[in-house]
Design a binder for this molecule. Structure first.
Ligand code: PEP
Ligand code: MG
Length: 851
């Protein structure tokens, strides 16, 4: 099978084989755009390389050389010939992984080639600059020599040595660092470069990037080998990166940066701070015009906002790459909506372009104008990625932890920072423009980012920074705005999340198209209001034990659990009854005519029992018993394994009065609402069941109590009774259980825990090794384990549907995860329920999975 292609042999439908870069370059070639010639080594060759114990096979080498031969003919240049061919060698996976893999420029350079090029270009400084850059990049990427060594060498010897002497020093450094001579033969250089690019697919930063972005490890990377054009040739040369629309705001105008007399890496690496693209209109007006024209063609052709790399060589424009641009969540929505209005996309196509996972950021609002007035402005950088963030300053990625809200402040970000960026709330860099690596990665992750804030001086030893006269130590709070680039001291107040008109319109399209119902997990009036505002269609899970987390209510449930004699129990029950009735009434009022599923108590007891001495004392006082007695009762109730202990409906089997009083409170609150004209639809849900007999036992008690309430009140309301599916046994016996209930709600948090035998609380400690060693691909508590847990869900759905009236949904964390939602759509659930901040994600993901 063919493994090496000329650009002319490919197109963008071959991206899996040729990588994004290769496929798009081929496509651009086919529509007649100015692209330097090149060849692509396919991802199949990369896969074969790994099968072949990381060795380039003889056949592959032969095929590469045959295609290089053709490239030489096409360009009229050749390796080591009179007109030397220099090439760039770049990785290009089927999905974009910006900055994650490697690029080598000016390959083919050696002493002889340099001489010939000096004759052609008549510019020794230029040629030796190319040569030096090549040695540095080759050393870094192929042999792992630190680039700083070369920069320092150049700094130290600049002006003191001739160009050739400097090159020789660089080669000596290569020899000292690697123990090998610098390869002179272009073909040897090429094979070594290809080898290292294939190898880079498995480097640590690429692996982390793939894991975070859920990219399949097995797809491999292609290698693009392309004739060099020289942006550093003269004043009429340069290099740039531009987007067809503003990637931060979505505005429809060319947005980008360029540097004259520079090579591509200078911009992407954020080493020199570039000029805004508008200036090119003044400096090289014809090139600017041509670029704008091409940008429009590319956007129309690819039906998406483009991120374009270009080089100008001596007044002639070349394109080096185009891809769909990464953008802030805000821009993603605006661009999607605008493109539908411009007739470029259908609604369905526009919906598919938005990554739902980054949407929660839109809901975090902006700084409050009043709070901003009083805030201390420390300085200003560039608006790298929209959003605002508040956190403690941290100067090193390895010190960013999940537990703390942090802002990572770095001189410039490198791909090694990927983990820190993913964990931090926001990112600030001292160097680099809005298209530098840090900004691109942050935008892709939906993180707020400020770049190029040159006023910051970081002192790594003292772990502090100074900025315009202020000193901020690691651990102190700052607030940053990715909309304006501003950095403030301390915590600045935030506005409430807001839906702008574009988002409203976009969500309305998703709602028209989706099939799955979207409900929220909400236990308080505030959450319910929030989720409703985001578009939730009722409550899919109200965790009643959480209702006791507020204010002093915890004492009611503690009292209930720790009460012993009948008087104590009766008092505690009555208190609980009153509190719950009021809570339910308030929630029903917010949700109005939509469904509310109330999950009866499921408190893992260890979360509710008093632990501290002062709490035990208070409990003793409330119940009127001695401290020793409370301690004894706490000891008796302690589970060795609380998550599999006396929780869920086990409580109702041992103490039926608990659920009865809750059912009473729900129905009474419902009747009160009905009297006030609301059409409430309470649904009562029993957690953690293991079989139909257990369910029937509880159901009988509940129905008896509910009938009593109807009689007392002289009024009936409609209600439903259902159960959570959270244990493998319940799923296996779903037909028996389904015959007894109106609905199932899969509690996939517990179902994952009980099916996999992995603790929800403890597994974080050992799971990282599971991902690193490829044992598991994704976090099973975040994305449903389709093969195992999912199989049980599927089976339970099939068995449960024997009751034709049954309704089924999911309310574990997976209900707000796009990949899991796709699965729930496929198995035919009726709704998903998730936390209010995920509602938007769920609506978009539900629409996407139905398209
Ligand atoms: C579940 O287990 O998925 C669930 C929603 O219940 P909880 O998280 O409250 O155990
Ligand atoms: Mg559960």
């Amino acid at each position: 099978m063919k493994k090496v292609y000329l650009f002319a042999e490919g197109n963008k439908n071959m991206i899996n084989l040729l990588g994004g870069k290769g496929g798009n370059l081929s496509e651009m070639k086919s529509i007649g755009l100015p692209i330097p010639e090149g060849i692509i080594i396919s991802t199949e060759a990369c896969k074969e390389y790994y099968k072949n114990e990381r060795v380039l096979s003889t056949e592959l080498k032969k095929e590469i050389l045959e295609q290089i031969d053709k490239l030489e003919k096409l360009t009229g240049k050749s390796f080591e010939g009179e007109h030397p061919l220099l090439v760039s060698v770049r990785s290009g996976a089927p999905v974009s992984m910006p900055g994650m893999m490697d690029t080598i420029l000016n390959l083919g350079m050696n002493d002889e080639t340099a001489k010939k090029m000096i004759e052609i270009f008549k510019d020794e400084d230029f040629v030796y600059d190319l040569y030096f850059r090549f040695i540095q990049m080759f050393s870094e990427i192929v042999m792992g020599v630190e680039k700083e060594l070369f920069f320092k060498l150049r700094e130290k010897l600049k002006g003191r040595l001739s160009n050739l002497e400097l090159i020789n020093k660089a080669k000596i450094m290569y020899w000292e660092e690697t123990g090998e001579f610098f390869p002179e033969s272009a073909k040897e250089q090429l094979f070594m470069a290809i080898n290292s690019i294939f190898k880079s697919w498995e480097n640590e930063r690429a692996k982390v990037y793939r894991r975070i972005n859920r990219i399949d490890d097995s797809m491999g990377t292609a290698v693009v080998i392309q004739e060099m054009v020289f942006g550093n040739l003269n004043e009429k040369s340069g290099t740039g990166v531009a987007f067809t629309r503003n990637p931060s705001t979505g505005e429809k105008n060319i947005f980008g940066e360029y540097l004259l007399k520079a090579q591509g890496e200078d911009i992407v690496a954020g080493i020199r701070t570039p000029e805004a693209i508008e200036r090119l209109r003044e400096e090289l007006p014809d090139i600017y015009e041509e670029f704008v024209k091409i940008a429009c063609i590319l956007e129309k052709h690819n039906k998406d906002m483009q991120d374009i790399e270009f080089t100008i060589e001596d007044g002639k424009l070349f394109l080096l790459q185009t891809r769909n641009g990464k953008r802030s969540p805000y821009a993603a929505i605006k661009i999607a909506v605008d493109m539908v209005k411009e007739g470029l996309l259908t609604k369905e196509e526009a919906i598919m372009k938005v990554d739902p996972a980054v949407l929660p950021q839109l809901l975090h609002g902006n700084f409050e104008p009043a709070a901003l007035k009083n805030a201390t402005l420390l300085g200003k950088g560039l608006a790298g990625s929209a959003g605002v963030a508040i956190g403690r300053v941290v100067f090193a990625s390895e010190r960013v932890h999940t537990k703390e809200m942090t802002i990572l402040v770095r001189e410039e970000t490198s791909p090694e920072d990927i983990k820190g960026i993913s964990l931090a709330q926001g990112i600030v860099t001292v160097k680099g423009g809005a298209t530098s690596h840090g900004a691109v990665v942050a935008r892709g992750m939906g993180k707020c980012c400020v770049t190029g804030c040159g006023d910051i001086k970081i002192d790594d030893i003292r772990r502090e920074m100074t900025i315009n006269g202020y000193t901020v130590k690691e651990g102190e709070f700052i607030s940053i705005s990715g909309y304006t680039g501003e950095i403030y001291l301390g915590k600045v107040g935030l506005t409430k999340p807001q839906f702008d008109d574009n988002l409203k319109e976009f969500v309305s399209w998703c709602k028209e198209i989706k099939r799955l119902g979207i409900r929220m997990n909400a236990d308080t009036v505030t959450d319910a209001q929030l989720g409703k505002g985001f578009g939730a269609e009722g409550i899919g899970l109200c965790r009643t034990e959480h209702m006791f987390f507020q204010k002093d209510k915890i004492w009611t449930i503690r009292g209930m659990i720790l009460s012993h004699d009948t008087d104590e129990v009766a008092r505690a029950l009555e208190k609980m009854h009153q509190l719950q009735r009021e809570d339910f009434y308030n929630i029903f009022k917010v949700v109005e005519n939509d469904v509310v599923i109330v999950r009866l108590l499921d408190p893992p007891l260890h979360e509710f029992l008093p632990k501290e001495q002062k709490d035990k004392e208070k409990m003793a006082e409330i119940l009127g018993v001695s401290l020793e007695e409370i301690e004894r009762r706490v000891r008796n109730l302690k589970d060795e394994n609380p998550m599999l202990g006396h929780r869920g409906c086990r409580l109702a089997v041992t103490r039926p009065e608990l659920y009865n009083v809750q059912a009473r409170a729900i129905i009474e609150a419902g009747i009160q609402c009905k009297r006030e004209g609301l059409d409430v639809k309470p649904e009562i849900m029993i957690p953690l069941i293991i079989g139909a007999k257990e369910l029937l036992f509880i159901k009988k008690n509940l129905i008896t109590e509910i009938e009593k309430v109807f009689e007392e009140q002289g009024m009936r309301i409609d209600y439903k009774l259902g159960t959570m599916m959270e244990t493998p046994r319940a799923c296996l016996l779903a037909d028996e259980i389904g015959a007894e209930v109106d609905f199932f709600s899969f509690g996939t948090n517990d179902l994952t825990q009980t099916t996999m035998g992995l603790s929800r609380d403890d597994s974080v400690k050992f799971m990282p090794e599971y991902y690193e060693n490829g044992i598991l691909k994704v976090e099973p508590f975040a994305t449903i384990d389709e093969r195992g847990v999912g199989k049980l869900v599927k089976l339970a759905v099939e068995l449960g549907r024997k009751n034709p009236h049954i309704e089924m949904g999911v309310c574990g964390e997976h209900g707000g995860d796009p990949k899991s939602i796709e699965f729930f759509e496929q198995v035919g659930l009726d709704y998903v329920s998730c936390s209010p901040f995920r509602v938007l994600v769920a609506i978009v993901a539900a629409a996407q999975s139905h398209i």
